[in-house]
Design a binder for this molecule. Structure first.
Ligand code: PMP
Length: 383
């Protein structure tokens, strides 16, 4: 009765954990949720009546122009013709999978990577080729070797404040990755939902801006800087890919909701927006520092980590060689939620890692939750 594809559909552990983590008495480090108090208010005053009608599949011109201007400022000189509005950047992953992935298509991803990308690409039959991450980006020797031997059709990378690891590729790594992709003519899918959430100085020039010939797609979203529930995001891409994305978008949902695009455009072009982003950075920067201090206090003998220069997550590697999955239920029993490392890998493995989000919980709950989590781990280790 069902498609062959359905046998490859995995449930999302995050969704399941989030359902529990959203209980009011839970301290949640699990999701990637922006703090509710950091979300700007949407203003639908003045919404033109005409937007109630069907609209263009590529998205509204004024929003595409605003996105193109922002991308050009970030070193990717595109025009509105290279920009397509998406219903969440996750829709972009779905469209890209439809464009590039057949059964057994080799797809290169970071290890660890964004678990919804794994869920999406595997649905279409991707065979994953993983490349390990160092604090400066992918292991370049491994990347070159796998580009040669596995010939992936595309590589899906999150170079800036990677989810889940927090890694930000340094400048030399960005350049080397671009050179390798040009040399091997591999399509780059560059996903950057966190680029505005920067707390420490680091290179953020998109890798696609350094490519000379390899085709590329760059995904951006307003979910982390504004309102995730609005589901307004975008892609910009090499001109050769746009006709395909345009038709895939048309076939998927015709177009992204026009009222949401209008409200997002109004927010994006308001005089208030730069101040909102500045406040957001300060707010999350403080929370990151609070979690860093709590980890120093309670986890110094339990795990290793680096302080992420941006984004929303700490990635902890336990010193003990245990499966962090086994800590989830005991932690939930003590009303703390986190994400175990395992689902962030595209291929099956045991992980002793944990992803901790610091944007959602209040400062005092961050300290309390980290302390409780350390107690849970100590109890687990001594059991
Ligand atoms: N890519 C990455 C790496 C993410 O972490 C997320 C959100 N967690 C997304 C894409 C999806 O964002 P959106 O809300 O725009 O679908």
């Amino acid at each position: 009765m069902f498609s062959e594809r359905l046998s490859r559909l995995q449930g999302s552990l995050v969704r399941e954990i989030l359902a529990v983590a959203n209980q009011p008495d839970m301290i949640s480090f699990a999701g990637g949720l922006p703090a509710p108090e950091a979300m700007p208010k949407l203003d639908f005053n003045g919404l033109p009546d005409g937007l109630s009608q069907y609209g263009p599949s590529e998205g509204e011109k004024w929003l595409r122009e605003a996105v193109a201007a922002e991308m050009s400022k970030n070193g990717v000189p595109v025009t509105a013709d290279n920009v397509l509005i998406l219903t969440g950047s996750q829709q972009g992953l779905d469209l890209a999978a439809k464009l590039f992935v057949d059964h057994d298509t080799p797809v290169l991803v970071e290890a660890p990577t964004f678990l919804a990308a794994v869920q999406c690409f595997s649905l279409f039959g991707a065979r994953f080729v993983e490349v390990g991450l160092t604090p400066n980006g992918p292991d370049l020797e491994e990347l070159e070797r796998k580009l040669k031997s596995e010939k992936p059709r595309f590589a899906y990378l999150i170079p800036t404040f990677q989810n889940p690891s927090g890694v930000c590729y340094d400048e030399a790594t960005r350049q080397r990755v671009a050179d390798l992709f040009d040399e091997h003519n591999v399509v780059l899918l560059e996903d950057e939902p966190y680029r505005e959430l920067v707390y420490d100085q680091c290179d953020r020039a998109p890798i696609c801006s350094r490519l000379k010939s390899a085709p590329w797609v760059h995904f951006g979203t307003f979910s982390k800087t504004a309102i995730p529930g609005l589901r307004v995001a975008y892609l910009a891409c090499h001109p050769s890919l746009m006709p395909h994305f345009y038709k895939l978008k048309q076939a998927a949902d015709l177009h992204t909701n026009r009222q949401g695009q209008w409200a997002m455009h109004k927010l994006l072009t308001s005089a208030e927006y730069p101040a909102h982003i500045a406040r957001l950075r300060d707010f999350y920067h403080q929370k990151r520092d609070i979690m860093a201090a709590a980890l120093d206090k309670h986890f110094h003998d339990l795990a290793d980590w680096t302080v992420p220069p941006g984004g929303l997550f700490f990635w902890l590697k336990l010193k003990a060689d245990i499966d962090s999955y086994g800590l989830l239920q005991p932690a939930l029993d003590r009303k703390v939620a986190f994400m175990p490392g395992k689902p962030f890998y595209a291929t099956d493995r045991v992980s002793n890692e944990l992803r901790l989000n610091f944007s959602h919980a209040s400062p005092d709950k961050i300290e309390e939750g980290v302390k409780t989590l350390a107690e849970v781990i100590r109890a687990h280790l001594s059991a």
